[in-house]
Write a protein that binds this ligand. Sequence first.
Ligand code: NI
Length: 138
Amino acid sequence: MAKVARISISLEGELLGQLDRAAVEDGYPTRSEAVKAFIRGALVEKEWKDGGKVAGAVVSVYDHHRRNLVGRLVGIQHDFGDVIISTQHVHLDHHNCLEIAVVRGDVRRIRRLVAGLRSIKGIKHSALVATTTGSGIA
Ligand code: NI
């Protein structure tokens, strides 16, 4: 286990209250665990801003009956085969499909993939879950 350092920080009472409420709402067992998670969240955000190697998932919902949609979707997935690790398809109901593309690679490539998916007419929603490969975050 990594050596733990104890630090002391000063916070205004109102900010501390907000931290503690957020920690409880988000389910963290202690203030320390909440602070660690918030720091990691900021570091992941920085990874995505700095343009390094990241990981994540792109979740899209669409009507598969929509003309040309599935062909365009599969075409884009082939174009970005270098960053798409796997896809999972779920038939939500008679019309709607949910597809998860797990991605890993260069931030700019992944953003281009997301933009490509969003450019397809008939995609009802496409959300990026931006996370980390884990190698740059303790
Ligand atoms: Ni389906």
